[in-house]
Design a binder for this molecule. Structure first.
Ligand code: NAI
Length: 473
């Protein structure tokens, strides 16, 4: 079958690694029509702020599959990375990062074979940041139920297709009960549909600790964007580093395969770059498009080459290494030769369509509001002023917090405070608060106080949808 794949060579070492992979795939005789497209530094230099031309977007939209080299965002040419543009345009919500020991590479542990499935578009990476005051910055952590369900189902489907029997969900739900807590909750709900796979929840800090103590206890880890960013790099380090770390970015329609590493400008054009990471990414791509035989030929060729001790400098050190081209030649020579260390991979594609959940609805009731403001020198004078304002509009000042700690009324000595106060007002007597009452409240908050934003306090199906401050009753 003839496939058309968008090929983005990218920057720095991109041309060397993509041409190595292209040579290897073409040598298997699998029929791929490579549609060469641009993105990255050259495009930015032509003053296209997104770093990705329309033709490239159209090519990926048409072909649904892309293999890409690393992309740079040159300093002084726009601030959005071309990688992020691609991720957003195609909503590649799933980042699959396998970490598997390869023959011949010396690592700390002999038996790592795990996959990190990282949510790729939500969390702190939605990029919603605001300065609240000259000394207080805020970044919103957005976690949605559909976003959680998509990535968690992807992880379970992937586990099933790969014959993996357990998944760890790594969160910080003990601290961020609503955001990370939602991820954990959805994981527990979705896990019921997959009785053949054992679900575990683990706190992400312990997960990092366990990974460097004994990575063999993990088969798969599914996690939120920020956690996944860190854990997946940690896992790359367990198996030999950036030169051998592949990835797939999966969306509903589009799959984009790339190495984890960047453009490595220090070795670009020197025949030194290790193409293994992109070769491994291309194996995922071939299996994704159903070319299982070609994938197996290449995987055997790669394992045989590495098992024979033929490696690039980053893998073996300065003693006995070969260049990128010689390494690629060796893989081509070894295509299909069974290496001594070989385990058959399953021939099932891993991308499954997202099954939307039934619409989740809840009875919502607004019981109060948090108003964030600056302009106060201490919590006591602010508290007294706000109590009067609250009373004048029929509300109660419940408490004031500073950096998440209740400081008014204060039960204990407050730590160092900044001029940024979260002031919680409630309606009381189990009554619902109206928007007009919030407006009245805001109108009454005047200089020297400056309100910066508000958060409504919702009860959802009778449960609070907001966190308490430390020390709050
Ligand atoms: P980098 O990954 O390019 O390089 C870090 C170090 O690892 C360098 O010493 C490099 O020589 C070495 N290295 C990386 N890949 C290697 C390989 N396959 N074989 C042998 N050695 C390898 O990270 P850096 O320097 O932080 O980023 C350089 C540029 O790449 C930046 O503009 C960055 O924004 C971009 N970048 C792009 C990514 C992408 O397109 N997915 C990912 C990471 C960075």
């Amino acid at each position: 079958m003839q496939h058309t794949v968008t090929l983005i060579e990218g920057d720095g070492v991109g041309k060397e690694v993509t041409s190595a992979v292209r040579r290897i795939i073409d040598a298997t005789k699998v029929s791929i029509n490579w549609e060469l497209c641009q993105a990255g530094a050259e495009v930015f230099k032509k003053r296209l702020g997104s770093g990705v031309p329309r033709e490239t977007i159209e090519s990926i939209s048409r072909n649904k599959v892309a293999l890409k080299g690393p992309l740079e965002t040159p300093i002084g040419y726009g601030e959005k990375s071309a990688n992020v543009t691609l991720r957003k345009v195609f909503e590649t919500y799933g980042n699959i990062r396998p970490a598997c020991i390869l023959p011949g590479i010396i690592t700390r542990f002999p038996n790592v074979d795990l996959v990190v499935v990282r949510e790729n578009v939500e969390d702190l990476y939605t990029g919603i940041e605001h300065m609240q005051t000259p000394e207080v910055a805020q970044c919103l952590k957005i976690i949605t139920r559909p976003g959680c369900e998509k990535i968690i189902r992807l992880a379970f489907n992937y586990a099933r297709s790969q014959g993996r029997r357990s998944i760890h969900c790594a969160t910080k739900a003990n601290i961020m009960k609503f955001t990370e807590g939602l991820f954990k909750k959805v994981f527990e709900e979705v896990a019921i549909d997959y009785p053949d796979i054992t679900p575990h929840h683990i706190l992400v800090d312990n997960c990092a600790h366990q990974l460097v103590m004994d990575p063999s206890q993990f088969e798969m880890i599914v996690t939120t964007n920020m956690n996944g960013d860190i854990l997946s790099d940690l896992c790359s380090g367990l198996v030999g580093g950036l030169g051998v770390a592949p990835s797939a970015n999966l969306g509903k329609e589009v799959a984009l395969f790339e190495a984890v590493h960047g453009s490595a400008p220090d070795i670009a054009g020197k025949d030194m770059v290790n193409p293994t990471a992109l070769i491994l990414s291309s194996l995922m791509m071939l299996r994704h498009i159903g070319e299982f035989e070609a994938a197996e030929l290449i995987e055997k060729g790669l394992y045989k080459t590495l098992g024979d001790g033929i490696m690039t400098r980053d893998m073996v050190g300065p003693s006995k290494y070969v260049g990128t081209r010689a390494f690629t030649d060796a893989v081509i020579q070894n295509l299909g030769k069974t290496p001594s260390q070989w385990v058959d991979k399953k021939s099932i594609p891993f991308m499954q369509p997202y099954v939307p959940s039934t619409n989740s609805s809840a009875v919502q009731k607004m019981i109060g509001v948090d108003i964030f403001l600056s302009g106060a020198s201490n919590p006591h004078s602010l508290g007294h002023a706000l109590e009067n304002i609250a009373k004048s509009v029929g509300l109660t000042l419940h408490m004031i917090a500073n950096r998440g700690i209740q400081v008014y009324p204060s039960h204990f000595e407050a730590p160092s405070m900044v001029d940024y106060w979260a002031c919680r007002f409630i309606k009381g007597n189990n009554q619902a608060l109206q928007d007009s009452e919030i407006m009245d409240l805001l109108r009454n908050i005047q200089a020297p106080y400056i309100w910066t934003h508000i958060e409504k306090l919702w009860f959802l199906d009778g449960n609070p949808g907001f966190s308490k401050a430390q020390g709050e009753d």
